[in-house]
Ligand binder design. Structure first.
Ligand SMILES: Cc1cc2nc3c(=O)[nH]c(=O)nc-3n(C[C@H](O)[C@H](O)[C@H](O)COP(=O)(O)O)c2cc1C
Length: 178
């Protein structure tokens, strides 16, 4: 067998589900953005997403207080900004301004869309029962925006410790799945 034992501490990098995202939050005049990749779909429609936002992050406070956020999906062109969003806290600095990211007003939530991202999902917190134990929020996507002119968006997928896999090619196969 070619496979070898692998450290449990690195398993997340194998299973990490969706693309790395940039989550924007806003509350009482403060706006922030952080990198997130621990999110997963829970339901098709209305779309429900579960995500883990650590209580050590400033975004946790803004999300818990406002009960709203936008999940923005960046592509490889924003890789450096993604890493900076994920390695600095917005508690004392305006990360959006520092990174030159453009905030666009959302339709249904107070947090902004990020102009430079390929897609943006406006979300409301609908279940906080697992926040205390796991920092896990259940979000409902109430409005979605996608730049359809970008056919094969090259999203980033975190492999751990600053390594990313870049998606891009789309293949179509017969399938019963939605
Ligand atoms: C690729 C990447 C993925 C990340 N995923 C998550 C995540 O899913 N949940 C989380 O709480 N923090 C995650 N982080 C860490 C936060 O983005 C980081 O702690 C950030 O500085 C928090 O910013 P804030 O204090 O301004 O909210 C990730 C960081 C990187 C670089």
């Amino acid at each position: 067998m070619a496979k070898r034992s692998f450290p449990l501490s690195k398993v997340y990098g194998l299973l990490e589900p969706g693309p790395v995202t940039l989550v924007t939050t806003a509350f009482r005049g403060r706006t922030n953005v952080m990198a997130m990749s621990w999110q997963t779909m829970l339901e098709f429609e209305p779309p429900l997403v579960a995500c883990v936002v650590s209580n050590r992050n400033f975004s946790f406070e803004l999300l818990r207080s406002s009960r709203e956020c936008v999940i923005n999906i960046p592509t490889v062109e924003l890789a450096k900004e993604v890493v900076r969003c994920g390695n600095t806290s917005g508690r004392k600095v305006d990360k959006l301004g520092a990174l030159g990211l453009t905030a666009v007003p959302a339709a249904q939530v107070g947090a902004p869309l990020l102009e430079e991202c390929w897609a943006s999902l406006e979300c409301k917190v609908v279940d906080t029962r697992m926040v205390a134990k796991y920092c896990l929020f259940v979000l409902e996507v109430v409005k979605a925006w996608v730049d359809r002119s970008r056919k094969d968006p090259r999203t980033l997928h975190h492999r751990g410790r600053g390594r990313f896999m870049v998606a891009g090619e789309t293949i179509s196969l017969p399938s019963r799945a939605k």
